[in-house]
Write a new protein. Structure first.
Length: 95
């Protein structure tokens, strides 16, 4: 079982205190909490790429966000967040 990050723990606490007036706020907060949890980046290869090389990417492979499935394009080699949806990205177990 994965340990909850500080945002997930705070959300659980606030959820206990929720009432009808702040349900909409909790929905927005839950989405932000879910984005803060690192999710592994996906490598998509066209059949010619080599996903066994370090970080799983070569000239025939692209990396996509695990949430929005958009291609990750960044000046950084391995950005911490998706530039399209803000999802936190985990690069250590790419595949």
């Amino acid at each position: 079982m994965r340990l909850k990050n500080k945002y997930e723990r705070a959300f659980e606490h606030l959820k206990e205190l929720a009432n009808y007036d702040n349900v909409d706020d909790l929905v927005v907060l839950k989405e932000l909490v879910e984005r803060s949890a690192d999710r592994s980046v996906k490598s998509v290869c066209d059949g010619y790429g080599d996903s066994s090389i370090p970080n799983g990417v070569d000239e025939f492979c692209t990396c996509v966000c695990p949430k929005c499935e958009e291609e990750i394009v960044s000046a950084e080699l391995e950005p911490n967040y998706c530039q399209w949806c803000g999802q936190a990205l985990e690069w250590s177990n790419n595949g």
